[in-house]
Design a protein around this ligand. Structure first.
Ligand code: FPP
Length: 246
């Protein structure tokens, strides 16, 4: 079956995923939570490969939230370790696949060597023209909105900006995601029905898809099925549907 038959004709231009359920996946197997995160890294790898093969233009993955610092030190350490491991093991493949990497988030709070890896990966892929792969890492949507607001307020207070000229487009240009289109599909795995501070501004018109699959079990078939479900949805952006207009 051709890919288009499986995913439907309307491929979203930007898919963003809240990767949830690593801990429950591990608990079901009587394994430590860290084992779930390790398996989750495998799902990241498979999803990136599949998205790239399918021809998605933008994939954003929520890898670590600004609230995740509240987890036990050992778990935070394990997640940081996995992030390092992923960059070391997968960067060459990402470069070969012509992927452009971006990391959105706070940056200043993570270890220096991770900050360096982030900068290097972005520099190394800056001229790549394939899929935009963005990791939200130490990311929080409210923090992002507050930072953009603060920047605009400072410019207005200094007389460099007329507050009347602030539009949604200007505001969006101050967010971490300014170079990316808004996500048109946000997927959350593990059966939870929440956005958890992920791309709050950017998801205003996104289709939301909540799956029971635990993140480590998410794979190419799950992505294709999600894309097919997206293809079947009607998006109106606040307007009427075509039948009502006719
Ligand atoms: C949520 O599962 C997942 C995370 C907090 C982190 C996501 C991390 C990965 C997918 C692994 C590594 C990623 C990269 C980019 C190498 P949870 O722990 O909240 O699961 P639970 O709700 O079942 O406890």
């Amino acid at each position: 079956m051709a890919l288009e038959d499986k995913t439907g004709p309307h491929l979203p231009s930007h898919v963003a995923i809240i990767m949830d359920g690593n801990g429950r996946w591990a608990r079901k197997r009587l394994l430590p939570r860290e084992a779930g995160h390790y398996a989750g890294m495998g799902a990241v790898r498979e999803t990136v490969r599949a998205a790239c093969d399918i021809g998605l233009q933008n994939l954003t993955l929520f890898a670590f939230s600004s609230e995740n610092w509240k987890r036990p030190k050992t778990e935070v350490g394990a997640l940081m370790g996995l992030f390092r491991a992923y960059f070391r093991s997968d960067m060459d493949e990402l470069v070969d696949r012509n992927i452009r990497m971006r990391i959105i988030g706070h940056r200043g709070r993570v270890a220096n060597d991770i900050q360096q890896m982030i900068e290097e990966s972005e520099k190394r892929t800056i001229n790549n023209t394939g899929m935009n792969l963005t990791f939200a890492f130490d990311y929080g949507g409210q923090e992002e909105i507050v930072a953009a607001t603060r920047e605009l307020a400072r410019a207005a207070a200094d007389g460099r900006l007329d507050p009347e000229t602030i539009t949604p487009e200007l505001f969006a240009s101050r967010l971490f995601t300014s170079a990316l289109p808004s996500p048109d599909l946000v997927i959350r795995t593990s059966g939870e029905h929440r956005l958890s501070n992920f791309l709050l501004w950017q998801s205003a018109y996104a289709e939301l898809l909540f799956l029971d699959t635990l993140w480590p079990d998410f794979d190419r078939a799950a992505l294709e099925s999600a894309l097919a479900q997206f293809g079947g949805r009607e998006r109106r952006f606040g307007a009427l549907d075509s039948e009502a207009v006719a």
